[in-house]
Design a protein around this ligand. Structure first.
Ligand code: GLU
Length: 324
């Protein structure tokens, strides 16, 4: 009797787990993001919110995972550990073409879904460190980012362009961006790189402490921009008063990329279609979920994609007349 009862509970649980009330099999999907005080994490939350409220209709339940960032997310999507990842456009380009972290192995299963907000390479330095330009970084304690992050690659590109060898000329740290503000405030590092949308919690935290900090312009990058199609000149919009406690008061010149949303060719069309449809058809609402998303448009969300569109995304874009 007891055994039958246990079996009945298990069956009930199974049915409950795999079916929604209306019948279709429920699919659980995970979105890989970044540090919780970055922009990827709340943006991933916004996407999952859009999809979860239609859970009964689509049979999809999305959840968000805080991760090491772009490189980690692309790799986890490709191994099938997660279904979606947020990733910088330059990392998407490199993975598809087999460059940098994917040197010699183009990732042919990578698929693009849409792009999101612009991301700007942000170099934060303590006022008392005397760092006003890239050249001043020499001899300083600088966080260039954890290996799974997207910004580490940007930091390495920029340092090389400025003639700085991170191994010889810096005391380079490889910490996650989320740890950097405290390290600056505790006087354990002098500066850190973070490629991120604005406003970002990490930058708010870094600029709000007792140790005053400012943004360092990233200039002299003409050759880098020429060489890599994914970079563009950008500004950190300091004059928008996003970081009122920062010492910088004027907009700061830098370079930037765009955030993209990626998946794998092995994820089903229905899932990808549902995600794109919900975000595109409720774009005004989606944009209100984070200030960094404020300038998105259907047109901008098709820019900066290197990997082929996932067939589920393509289906939506054709139906909506966005693709011919
Ligand atoms: N761009 C960073 C990265 O790829 C993440 C930025 C964020 O979390 O908003 O690791």
């Amino acid at each position: 009797m007891k055994r039958i009862f246990v079996a009945a509970i298990c069956l009930g649980l199974l049915v409950g787990c795999s079916r929604t009330e209306s019948g279709p099999k429920r699919k659980f999907v995970t979105i890989g993001t970044g540090g919780v005080t970055g922009v990827y994490y709340p943006v991933g939350g916004a996407i999952s919110k859009m999809i979860n409220r239609k859970s009964a209709e689509y049979g999809i339940r999305a959840s968000v995972e805080s991760t090491g960032g772009s490189v980690y997310n692309i790799n986890a999507v490709l191994t099938g550990d997660i279904e979606f990842g947020v990733a910088q456009s330059d990392r998407q380009y490199q993975a598809w073409h087999g460059e940098a972290d994917w040197d010699g192995t183009p990732q042919k299963n990578l698929r693009s879904v849409f792009s999101l907000h612009p991301e700007i390479v942000t170099l934060v330095a303590a006022d008392d460190s005397g760092i006003q330009s890239l050249a001043d970084l020499k001899g300083k304690r600088v966080n260039i980012g954890n290996p799974g992050s997207g910004h580490r690659g940007n930091a390495l590109h920029i340092l090389a362009a400025a003639g700085i060898d991170p191994d010889k000329d810096l005391r380079a740290e490889s910490l996650k961006a989320a740890e950097a503000p405290k390290m600056v405030q505790d006087d354990r590092i002098d500066a850190f790189f973070y490629t991120v949308g604005h406003p970002a919690g990490t930058i708010q935290e870094a600029t709000s402490g007792k140790r005053k900090v400012h943004f360092v312009p990233i200039v002299g990058m003409e050759a880098l921009l020429e060489k890599h199609p994914y970079y563009a000149t950008a500004i950190i919009p300091v004059e928008d008063k996003l970081y009122p406690m920062a010492s910088s008061t004027k907009n700061v010149v830098s370079i930037g990329v765009v955030t993209t949303f990626v998946t794998s060719s092995t994820v089903s069309d229905d899932v990808v279609y549902a995600v794109v449809k919900e975000v595109f058809e409720n774009l005004d609402e989606f944009k209100k979920l984070h200030p960094a998303l404020g300038n998105l448009s259907h047109a901008s969300m098709r820019e900066g994609l290197t990997a082929p569109l996932h067939s589920g995304a393509e289906r939506y874009y054709r139906e909506a007349g966005i693709l011919e």
